[in-house]
Design a protein around this ligand. Structure first.
Ligand SMILES: [Zn+2]
Ligand SMILES: [Zn+2]
Length: 274
């Protein structure tokens, strides 16, 4: 089964253009230099055994502060599940914008599951207390439900594998689905996680800029991982304003490209072989 992966945003936490900056990338006319906060969308057609017709399924990884704009740009009319990588603002602050979509999904079959590790869930519960508290009575709260993040989670026939990575001192979640993997906000990949990344068609990995940062990989580090993992094609995301699209791509090996907002890739979603 094939799905379609779309980059909803490929920018770093501040987005590009960065507020108040007049650098060549922030003032670039190239639309690929305009980057919303990092997130991806995966869609596929679920076949129903026994009854005719297919149903489009939609999973989002992270709902950052630009989620509403991203949903509009990409014509999102439903979300079947959200996976959270970690609890930083650029990955979670759009959760409340799931509300209108969650009302529709809820009528069909209940709340939208939000898969999150315990530390991430704690932060979500604190920030969105009016949504998650057992006593929440706000009538227009999002119809969502926090679910523990397991090593493997099946969503309407597609398996999502958790791939632990390090973001500075924090252990956060990367994800593999079929022959693609999404690793954002990475500063180190534990040795045990490389085994989960074999046989990929598409590796998406974050690369902030050239200058080192305590909790994000540089382009050089990401290129080294991409070489070791050996996906057919690797894509860099979570990109700061130091990297111009055109110029950076010119300097990268042919099987490694900067991703850009709106880029879509067909992805084979057959379960990862292990
Ligand atoms: Zn981030
Ligand atoms: Zn700038």
């Amino acid at each position: 089964m094939d799905g379609l992966l779309t980059f909803l945003g490929t920018g770093t936490s501040m987005g590009v253009p960065t507020l108040g900056c007049g650098c060549p990338v922030c003032t670039s006319a190239d639309p690929r230099d305009r980057r919303l906060r990092p997130s991806i969308l995966l869609r596929w057609q679920e076949q129903h055994a026994g009854h005719p017709g297919v149903r489009e399924r939609v999973v989002v990884i992270d709902t950052g502060p630009d989620f509403r704009e991203q949903a509009l740009r990409n014509g999102l009319t439903r979300v079947d599940a959200v996976f959270y990588t970690h609890s930083h603002a650029d990955h979670i602050l759009g959760l409340d914008d799931l509300r209108p979509l969650s009302f529709n999904v809820y009528r069909e079959g209940g709340p939208i599951p939000l898969y999150a590790a315990p530390e991430t869930a704690r932060v979500l519960e604190r920030i969105y207390e009016y949504t998650f508290s057992p006593g929440a009575t706000y009538p227009n709260r999002a119809r969502v439900q926090l679910e523990p993040l397991a090593e493997r989670t099946a969503v309407h026939g597609v398996e999502f594998l958790c791939v632990p990575v390090l973001h500075g001192e924090m252990e956060i979640a990367g994800f593999r689905f079929g022959r693609a993997a999404y690793l954002t906000d990475v500063s180190a990949i534990p040795e045990s996680s490389f085994a989960l990344l074999e046989g990929l068609d598409h590796l998406i990995v974050s690369a902030l800029r050239h200058k080192p940062h305590p909790s994000h990989a540089t382009v050089e580090q990401a290129v080294q991982w991409a070489g070791r993992i050996g996906a057919r094609q690797s894509w860099l995301t979570h990109i700061a304003h130091e990297l111009g699209h055109e110029q950076t791509n010119r300097d990268l090996p042919g099987d490694i490209r900067l991703a850009y907002d709106g880029l879509s890739l067909p992805v084979n979603l057959e379960p990862a072989i292990r």
